[in-house]
Ligand binder design. Sequence first.
Ligand code: PLP
Ligand code: TYF
Length: 394
Amino acid sequence: MFSNLKTHPADKILALMQLYKDDPRPNKIDLGVGVYKDATGLTPVMRAVKAAEKQLWEQETTKTYVALAGDPGFADAMVDMVLAGAVARENVAAAATPGGTGACRQAFEMVKMANPDARIFVSNPTWPNHLSILKHLNMPVVEYRYFDAESRGVDFEGMLADLQQVKAGDVVLLHGCCHNPTGANLNLTQWQAVVDVLLKTGGVPMIDLAYQGFGDGLDEDAAATRLVASSVPECLIAASCSKNFGIYRERTGILMAVAQDKGLRTLTQGTLNYLNRQNYSFPPDHGARLVTMILNDPKLRTEWATELEEVRLSMLNLRQQMADELQRLSGSDRFGFIAQHRGMFSRLGTTPEMVERLRAEHAIYMVGDSRLNIAGLNSTTVPILAKAIVDTGI
Ligand code: PLP
Ligand code: TYF
């Protein structure tokens, strides 16, 4: 039987992680996988997470099952963090999932159950896992223009034009902030225009929010999600705690289904519970519990928000250093976009051949589409990367 199985293309980002590990060059620089790293190259456990884990170890008396949708306290805390009252709590159904990826997967499945004909509109480009999960589920994908190769910003006119093709019941997948892989984002005026198109076409937004707190701040990064959720009749939100709580391996995320008609909540909540049950029954609890403890305890919350802000500002600082150094070395402003982009990533907008040369000649690892993880840099490696970029002729 097993011989009938087909091989699958490797995840390029994860394959790059392995290539990097296997490279013996001591001066190698890893700008690949989207994991935050401090100036020493470590991905620390956040202080508030450590403190919450200690408390949890002392206080937890059982590890029995919780509930199909996870701990209701986690849902309350996350709905509040993401939506902050933009939508009444009773209009939101929510279920914990294994990471933001689990939330995306469940969201797609829910769409398929509700509308088997739904097409999923995705930005070009988008996170490769979106595409691979959609392919696995055999769901039709339509790309909308997003990255402007010239300005390295958003091709907003192209995006709006493409979204006119959305039909009622189609789904539009949007990155709530810190677009992966480009780093290019809409401003709030542009988000409002997207909302207007959704209202006109009857498209249902699905927001992937994997980097709240990594761009302009916790509330600022959720502003678009709040605007969308409070404006349209229905939307889905897949939120991840992997990055902003630094709990990647704990697999902590949540899927929210928001409906203006609160009469739908029994149906949506029941569907979220059902999907968890079919796929893995109970979602992981450890990370979700830490998040809940942190968000509900003023002291832990402040400690966490302070550290998250340090992380965010360190990335902004690296962006500015990188843009300045490139301007100095190239004598042009053409790399200014690096300082304008937000989140962990920037797409340089160069060819796979150039990316390969950076790896071969300079031991600099970035994803083949020229996405670099800003957090992989530090003040020593910024000038090295800038010089390599300019020397390579990018
Ligand atoms: N969506 C995007 C765009 C991401 O970049 C990530 C990244 O890690 C996720 C979702 C979900 O991550 P996780 O499943 O680790 O929470
Ligand atoms: O885009 C990234 O690098 C992160 C981490 O299969 C990641 O989102 C990468 C690949 C993958 C899962 C997570």
